[in-house]
Design a protein. Structure first.
Length: 130
């Protein structure tokens, strides 16, 4: 199934194989993907050109996913974020949301491709752009 519109996704993940799998899954259905290996690089990429959604791990070197999420949501509170992690926070997605109104989805690794695509579709449908 191909996506008719060209949505932009930023994927931030320090594990190269996981990053490759996430990127290939998104590109296979027509999403435009930019990759970063840590939160600092992700923030830099987003500042250069904002994305429709961010997919991120939590535990990464240099700048972890939690910090990156806080910084992104401080400036773009409605930004949809999909968190992919093998070690989810004890409080689940509530620990990641804060006061920001943006949609946050928590996916546990390993992530089946269809789970990621369903989460993306739900986000784009909620934004009334799918």
């Amino acid at each position: 199934m191909m996506i008719s519109q060209h949505f932009r996704i930023l994927i931030v993940e320090d594990d190269g194989l996981v990053l490759l799998g996430l990127a290939e899954t998104c590109e296979a259905v027509g999403y435009s993907v930019t990759c970063a290996y840590n939160g600092k690089d992700g923030l830099r990429a987003f500042a250069a050109s904002p994305f429709d959604v961010v997919v991120t791990d939590l535990k990464m070197p240099v700048c972890d996913g939690r910090r990156m999420i806080r910084e992104l949501r401080a400036e773009w509170p409605c930004l949809p974020i999909i968190v992919v992690t093998a070690d989810p926070p004890a409080g689940g997605v509530r620990d990641l949301i804060g006061d920001a109104p943006g949609m946050t989805v928590l996916l546990h690794k390993p992530i089946p491709a269809n789970a990621l695509l369903m989460a993306l579709r739900a986000i784009f449908e909620a934004k009334d752009i799918s």
